[in-house]
Design a binder for this molecule. Structure first.
Ligand code: GDP
Ligand code: MG
Length: 178
């Protein structure tokens, strides 16, 4: 029975990419601490947080989350940042077409430079601001499908779909043993 088997522990490096202001740090804070701080300022310095997630099959996934410290504009630094990452979460803001375009740029960069087999998620954040929506779910979903990515819309503000995002990523991780 399952009590007799050792739980499997997986440790994964997860990086967040996307324009400044789309809500990357808020997504991490919501997932790790269950909080939302609307007054939070641009992250200064490197930010590293970890959080474990238990899956239904008793696997324990420890996410080591790398959040960019406001260096989004230094594209040349990015390969250092996502080297060795098992998961890349590319975030845009559903109220900004420009951030969706930027997300597509990051996806292309990952396809060129990231580890083969990296799990990629496309995240449309600020879904609570639906009255200001500028990127349709349909367009984003089609783009994600075409690029072999998992797609979800989230709100770090209301917590909608934040846990689901990490649960779905965890399900898609390659398993070394059966
Ligand atoms: P980052 O630069 O991508 O890390 O973005 P931040 O996490 O610092 O968030 C930028 C701004 O967007 C902050 O003012 C947040 O309060 C706001 N924000 C983040 N997530 C959400 C969300 O889901 N909904 C709304 N309405 N605002 C959000
Ligand atoms: Mg940030």
């Amino acid at each position: 029975n399952s009590m007799a088997t050792d739980p499997k522990n997986i440790r994964v490096k997860l990086v967040l990419l996307g324009d400044s202001g789309v809500g990357k740090s808020c997504i991490v804070l919501r997932f790790v601490r269950g909080q939302f701080d609307p007054t939070s300022k641009v992250t200064v310095g490197a930010s590293f947080l970890s959080q474990t997630l238990a899956l239904e099959d008793s696997t324990i996934v420890k996410f080591e989350i790398w959040d960019t410290a406001g260096q989004e504009r230094y594209a040349s630094l990015a390969p250092l940042y996502y080297r060795g990452a098992a998961v890349a979460v590319v975030v845009y803001d559903i109220t900004s077409q420009e951030t969706f375009k930027k997300a597509q740029y990051w996806v292309k960069e990952l396809q060129k430079h990231a580890s083969p087999g990296i799990v990629m998620a496309l995240v449309g954040n600020k879904a609570d601001l639906h009255e200001k929506r500028a990127v349709s779910s349909q367009d984003a979903m089609e783009y994600a499908e075409k690029n072999g990515m998992f797609f979800i819309e989230t709100s770090a503000k209301t917590a909608n779909n934040i846990n689901q995002l990490f649960q779905e990523i965890a399900k898609r991780l390659p398993r070394t043993s059966s």
